[in-house]
Design a protein around this ligand. Sequence first.
Ligand code: ZN
Length: 319
Amino acid sequence: MKALRGIHHVTCISGPAQENLNFYAGVLGMRLVKKSVNQDDPGTYHLFYADADGHPGTDLTFFPWAEMARSRDGYGLSAEVSLSVPPASLVFWSGRLQRNGVAIGAAETRFGEHVLPIVDPHGLRVALVESASSMTRPFTPWPESPVPTEHQIRGLETARMSEATLHITTSFLERALGFHRIGTEKGWHRWGVGSGTSGEYVDVREVRGAPRGAGGTGSIHHIAWRVEDESHQAEVRESVETSGARPTPVIDRFWFKSVYFKEPGGVLFELATDGPGFAVDEDRAQLGESLVLPPWLEQSRVAIEARVPKLTMPWMHKG
Ligand code: ZN
């Protein structure tokens, strides 16, 4: 089987949409590349933040379900996403985050890289990782970002998953999805695809005696993995099914084609095609400025626009 190409996007659950926009565009300086709605719940936004071009692998997305309960930590849940930043940029980042009143944890080293753990306004754990290997990934800086180009977030680094039984998940990663083991540190087991560098690995740990985790505001909804095209997707989908998971049929998400399944430990995964991408229905220069709906929801545009809150781009604190 052809290897997965790394993380495609990570989708999380947030509180009110405007606060989410203020944080990810206004403080972290990511570009809002698509403002759409949850295709299964069109009264809720789906906001996509990425690099200027929305390259696969740079994209962190949110469902702002303001009325949802907070998530509860435990097994079968992914509760931290990490973002790659350039080497030696954490001094800049910690100053900027402090000035903006962001909750910052103690700096850490993970597998030899400097990491700054932070918490977003709705309780999601986000880690900024000084990642040397992220510097060679496809990346387009966003000139209008409040963050100077040399410090901008380069993409998704990885996500962390907690499991009741480690080997059930890792053997599935290996057998069904072609992951290989990279190493273990402080209870975290790193598994990768391809070169296993920035954006091409996941960290898994076993939590004993913990309750089952519950998704909610502040947790990851799903982790999407990149497949090259629809035939690659079909190949991986079959491998997932043969390994005992239950993948959905292919769903057309318009900007990519998707298949969803739960890995045996309970975390929701997706296989998403690299194309056609976010520029399929909007001019690159105007990405994210207006509410974009897939063609089958266009007929409900008036009703949808009346239900979702108005959003305004945050005032950008430069530097
Ligand atoms: Zn997704």
